[in-house]
Design a protein around this ligand. Structure first.
Ligand code: FES
Length: 575
């Protein structure tokens, strides 16, 4: 095979042997062994990420989706090269996929940089994959188009429509309270996740897919087709074609991820009543491109924009209903007065063009509302501050109990998720429905910030009919969860944050209207306690060690400090 012009793609990022000609000659030889000739190698190369894994059932349909992206790339005159990255299956990783989000982001960033490709299609889906890919895309020097595997379709049990994982949690709570027996919960288990695809409520996967589209990093209409559908495959083919156009006429992600893009995404997040996890992920992506955006912006936008989409856990429907009602394009049309319509994403067209070609929410459907006729009031998400969270905490108001939004109660403190699992159901635990469950040492530094914040209602209280209690922690919760759950308290207990100072019986005051979460203990007493609280010890080795040494707090996105736009000098690194 000639070592001459083998196309820009294969000639990119040549391997360092100290002789560029030799590097190209060797690469040509090995590509020839894979069946590629001069005609192939004259084409732009489009990398396609492959996150299939037997440990990630959500991605089961990915092989056929990849085939469709490849077909689109070939149709447009490009050369598709599929390459594997880590696959993060939400319920298959310990202690939490969040510990590995930054690892996938770093791996994806490095593989795109190191391998010869002129553009890349990043295909994700399950919770942390899309955030990781957005973080990698943010620092990519080649064009990136995201697409997703899509949501599952719904199941059914005894005539009731079911979906993962809001209904998983609801039925598990009923099993814990004794309403369901072992046989019944077994039947429910078999009916919750019935097809390939991601959780079909507005959990983190659905939220992040929708936000990727709102940010302009995905072609319009990509967030909502279900995983088994033909629409999902057709969108993949379109994505492949568009990636070739971008390889020839590049627009880089950092040109798309503008302040306007994040502002648009925040309005969409509020309108969706989306996952609280999305706040951490958006903060991380913004910090990678140096866009100034903080928890205050989340609260500001959430106060302005009402809930417009009726999906669980805030509402009643599922992703396939959202798709059938028009999906994100119709939602953007409904939100157009709040959006930066000059924004241009991977489609190459201003958002103004997209919304002008899209019908408003149709009269025949009741899944997507309008600003005049919203599904729910503004304020679906709230950012809290106070003596328990000086740097911020978040609450999904839309999934909370209205009667608990102003509540003061004595704390019952758990020192870790393991401590909570061991003692919550202990009949000797002195607890009433008015207590506040406090969980600490579940933040980023402590253990990667697992989704442990929505602690179950203690079995004895659940059996007595208690459905919700105020819970406060430095953990996250699943986007599919519900309840009056204050999350992401920063700084976390493991770095000396105020959660570390709480003792059983201390009064905790939640006042959502005032955006406050406070520990009602006087400052002299807290100063005395501070003297006996140290920082957590770090993991001994490996990724967990690097993570704990360099991770930022939740209010800054929980990225590794040296991966942000400011790098190792990121001001948050000192925390
Ligand atoms: Fe994969 Fe919910 S477990 S998206």
């Amino acid at each position: 095979m000639s070592t001459g012009d083998v196309g820009r793609g294969a000639s990119r990022n040549i391997t360092s042997y100290g002789d560029a000609g030799f590097s190209r000659y060797l690469r040509g030889a090995f590509l020839g062994a894979a069946g590629f000739d001069q005609e192939d190698l004259s084409r732009p190369i489009v990398g396609i990420t492959d996150l299939t894994s037997d440990f990630n059932p959500c991605h089961r349909a990915l092989p056929s989706i990849i085939e469709n992206v490849k077909r689109g790339v070939l149709q447009a005159g490009g050369l598709p090269f599929v390459f594997p990255t880590a696959s993060l299956g939400e319920s298959f990783m310990s202690p939490t996929t969040m510990l590995y989000r930054n690892m996938l982001a770093m791996e994806t960033e490095e593989l795109v940089r190191a391998q010869p490709m002129d553009a890349v299609v990043m295909l994700g889906g399950c919770d942390k994959t899309v955030p990781a890919q957005l973080m990698a895309a943010a620092v990519s020097d080649v064009p990136v188009v995201l697409d997703v595997v899509g949501a599952m379709t719904t199941g059914s049990w005894r005539g009731e429509r079911l979906g993962a994982c809001t209904d998983c949690r609801r039925y598990w709570a009923r099993f814990r309270s004794g309403e369901l027996d072992q046989t019944e919960i077994g039947e429910v288990e078999g009916s919750l996740a019935t097809t390939a695809g991601t959780c079909m409520v507005m959990g983190t996967a659905s939220t992040m897919a929708s936000l990727a589209e709102a940010l302009g990093m995905m072609l319009p209409g990509g967030a909502t087709p279900t995983s088994p559908s033909g629409a999902r495959l057709r969108h993949a083919t379109q994505t492949g074609r568009r990636a070739v156009e971008l390889a020839r006429d590049p627009v880089l992600p950092r040109e798309i991820l503008t302040p306007g893009a994040f502002e648009n995404a925040l309005h969409v997040l509020a309108a969706l009543g989306g996952s609280t996890n999305a706040i951490v992920h958006l903060l991380a992506v913004a910090r990678r491109v140096g866009v100034a955006f903080s928890l205050d912006d989340v609260d500001r936008v959430a106060r302005q924009t009402p809930l417009l989409v009726d999906l669980k856990p805030s509402g009643t429907r599922y992703m396939e209903d959202f798709h059938n009602a028009g999906g994100v394009p119709v939602l953007l049309r409904a939100l157009q007065d709040r959006l930066d319509l000059t924004h241009v994403g991977v489609s190459g067209r201003p958002l103004r063009d997209l919304v002008s070609r899209t019908d408003p929410p149709a009269a025949w459907q009741d899944v997507i509302g309008t600003l005049d006729r919203p599904v729910g009031a503004a304020g679906a998400l709230a950012v809290l501050r106070g003596s328990l969270a000086p740097d911020g905490a978040v609450l999904k108001v839309a999934a909370a109990s209205p009667r608990l939004l102003q509540h003061t109660g004595p704390a019952v403190v758990f020192d870790s998720p393991e401590d909570a699992a061991a003692r919550l159901d202990d009949p000797a635990l002195d607890i009433t429905a008015g207590h506040v469950l406090v969980l600490r040492n579940a933040g980023p530094v402590a253990c990667g910030m697992p989704e442990a914040g929505s602690l179950p209602i203690p079995r004895r209280l659940a059996a007595a009919g208690v459905k919700d209690m105020v819970r406060v922690s430095d953990a996250r919760m699943s986007g599919t969860s519900y309840g009056t759950v204050v999350l992401h308290c920063a700084p976390e207990a493991a770095v000396g944050g105020p959660l570390a100072l709480v003792r059983d019986g201390d009064l905790v005051c939640l006042y959502v209207a005032g955006r406050r979460i406070d520990l009602l203990v006087d400052e002299d007493e807290l100063a005395r306690r501070r003297g006996s609280v140290g920082r957590a010890s770090l993991p001994a080795r490996g990724w967990a060690r690097l993570y704990a040494e360099t991770v930022l707090q939740a209010n800054l996105g929980a990225d590794l400090a040296f991966l942000t736009a400011a790098g190792p000098d990121d001001p948050g690194a000192a925390g």
